[in-house]
Design a protein around this ligand. Structure first.
Ligand code: NDP
Length: 315
């Protein structure tokens, strides 16, 4: 079967492409800039790429840009979305996330071959639901972030993911698209691409001795996130949203695990502030497990991340 991965060179997407090739698919990967070796070389080196990987140039904000890549595909994985910005959240985050998602879905409507679309959303589209995040709270897929709450808190990335997923569901319903969304927490693990990803950078900065922030995050292995995308496409009964989170913890706990794993590294056990630690919460794994996901323990994910830094001579 032929499938398309939108934003194929990213951290998560590269693993999706890798696992799809391993499962025998013909994969079309869309990239903003296929002439950039940092974005494309690691994909071309994957096992099976020579025979079954096709690279397409496409831009989220150019109407019809995805038509040729998507036409004839059975499944589409839409992973492309900006994860950071410099000056203007509207132009740099919100427009590519929301308009880009609708642009991709428009191309899916035009191609009758497309049976299912898997959208990469985020736990950010869940957590700002105006519900208390306390140690007893169990966050699940019925929670939807409230756009106004993201705006008030100036969480522009979370707003971009919230609006993009919301608009995607409305569009999919109206146009009869079979869509499933995947909602990972912070993703870590081995990087296939040469550059260090935004979600892995905080681990690098802890290893480099920075004090830890007084914050709570969920973590998950990049390979588990990629498998979740593929299972969500392959399993006919998969539907709705899937939170993909192995463990939620305060960063102080992450520091404790890293210090235990790597006693020789100079990992700082001081917090950035002296306020009481932010409370943790729980995230339901029920739906993820129904997709057959067996979560990699965070300790293994952290080891894989650090080993990858070593292989890339970053440490
Ligand atoms: P990457 O930065 O590695 O990948 C982001 C992808 O989006 C790249 O392919 C990038 O293309 C593309 N992209 C970004 N901005 C634009 C733009 N303006 N126009 C076109 N393409 C763009 O990040 P991840 O792999 O981590 O993220 C992939 C998806 O997963 C995103 O949707 C993100 O929101 C989501 N996610 C990530 C989490 C994480 O912790 N990593 C957690 C939860 C969700 P290019 O390579 O050309 O820059």
């Amino acid at each position: 079967k032929v499938v398309c991965v939108i934003g194929g060179s990213g951290f998560i997407a590269s693993w999706i492409v890798n696992l799809l090739l391993q499962r025998g698919y013909t994969v079309r990967a869309t990239l903003r800039d296929p002439s950039n070796p940092k974005k494309v070389d690691h994909l071309l080196k994957l096992h099976g790429a020579k025979e079954r990987l096709q690279i397409f140039k496409a831009d989220l904000l150019k109407d019809g840009s995805f038509d040729s890549a998507i036409d004839g595909c059975d499944g589409v994985f839409h992973t492309a979305s900006p994860v950071s910005y410099f000056n203007d959240p509207q132009a740099e985050l919100l427009d590519p996330a929301v308009k880009g998602t609708l642009n991709v879905l428009q191309s899916c409507v035009k191609s009758p071959s497309v049976k299912r679309v898997v959208l990469t959303s985020s736990i950010s589209a869940v957590l700002y639901a105006d519900r208390p995040l306390t140690p007893n709270a169990v966050v699940d897929e019925t929670w939807f972030s409230v756009a106004d709450s993201c705006s008030k808190l100036e969480r522009w990335y979370s707003l971009s993911k919230t609006l993009a997923e919301d608009e995607a569901w409305k569009f999919a319903k109206k146009n009869g698209i079979d869509m499933v969304s995947i909602l990972p927490s912070r993703v870590a693990g081995p990087l296939l691409q040469p550059e260090v990803n935004e979600s892995v950078k905080p681990i690098l900065s802890l290893i480099n001795g920075a004090p830890f922030p007084n914050r709570v995050f969920g973590w998950v292995n990049v390979k588990d996130v990629a498998i979740a995308h593929i299972q969500a496409y392959e399993i006919p009964t998969a539907s709705g949203r899937y939170l993909i989170v192995e463990r939620v913890m305060h960063v102080s706990e992450l520091v404790r695990i890293l210090r235990n794993l790597y006693p020789s590294l100079q990992i700082n056990d001081e917090c950035e502030d002296d306020k009481p630690f932010v409370a943790t919460y729980q995230v339901s794994k029920e739906k993820a497990e129904s997709l057959g996901i067996e979560f990699t323990p965070l300790e293994v994910t952290l080891k894989e991340t650090v080993e990858c830094f070593r292989e890339k001579n970053i440490l």
